[in-house]
Design a protein around this ligand. Structure first.
Ligand SMILES: Nc1nc2c(ncn2[C@@H]2O[C@H](COP(=O)(O)OP(=O)(O)O)[C@@H](O)[C@H]2O)c(=O)[nH]1
Ligand SMILES: [Mg+2]
Length: 195
């Protein structure tokens, strides 16, 4: 259970993130995927991460100190650059620096909108996580928007897509911030990572 979550700092570059030895558990996904809503739901703290219906608002790395033990990290969204751009331009420099070069990062949750077909930018990002061996799991968001049957269908389609390039599937969890679905699963998963 998460008892206390407090805002620690916003960073626009790696040199500004906390310098202590506490581990980072970070959340990333395309803009508008429901990242801020999920963070607020997990921490039971409605105003913690700012939610917005305007995509692409968060450009900074936000650290929240949880129970004085670990950092929950809200990363900027990706997915608004055109597909023709090079990878390094598609994902902002700060995302590249943090996700692929920062040792403070202990585990990454990649958020995926359950309603969408597998998006090339998500698949590309996930395959880079494989190349760089960044430990991650997938959280499907906004599950309240479709039926249980549709949810399993969407997950199956996603799994099939992943199995085109991956031998093993990562952990996948379902969530709805609106209904607080997935809260216990995700929080206990994090507790296992931290303990
Ligand atoms: N129905 C539903 N809407 C959601 C859910 N999570 C987020 N949203 C909505 O999706 C929009 C984007 O959410 P936000 O958390 O700001 O996304 P972010 O850009 O990834 O941080 C907002 O209008 C939210 O109210 C969810 O679980 N269910
Ligand atoms: Mg946000």
């Amino acid at each position: 259970m998460i008892k206390k979550a407090i805002f620690k700092c916003s960073s626009e570059k790696l040199s500004q993130i906390p310098k202590d030895s506490l581990r980072d558990i970070a959340f990333i996904g395309r803009s508008n995927v429901g990242k801020s809503s999920l963070i607020n739901m997990l921490t039971n703290h409605n105003g913690l991460a700012k939610t917005s219906s305007t995509p692409g608002k968060t450009k900074l790395i936000n650290h929240f100190l949880v129970d004085d033990r670990w950092y929950l990290v809200d990363l900027p969204g990706y997915g608004y650059a055109r597909a023709s751009k090079r990878t390094s331009e598609k994902f902002q420099k700060i995302i590249m620096d943090y996700v692929f070069r920062c040792e403070k990062l202990h585990f990454l949750f990649v958020l995926v909108d359950i309603r969408l077909e597998p998006q090339p930018i998500d698949m590309e990002f996930i395959s880079m996580l494989g190349q760089y061996q960044v430990p991650f799991a997938i959280i499907f968001t906004k599950c309240d928007k479709i039926s249980a049957a549709q949810q399993s269908r969407q997950v199956q389609i996603f799994e099939k897509k992943l199995l085109e390039t991956w031998e093993e599937l990562p952990t996948m969890m379902l969530s709805s911030s609106l209904k607080s679905t997935g809260r216990e699963d995700i929080v206990s998963y994090i507790e296992n990572l931290i303990n």
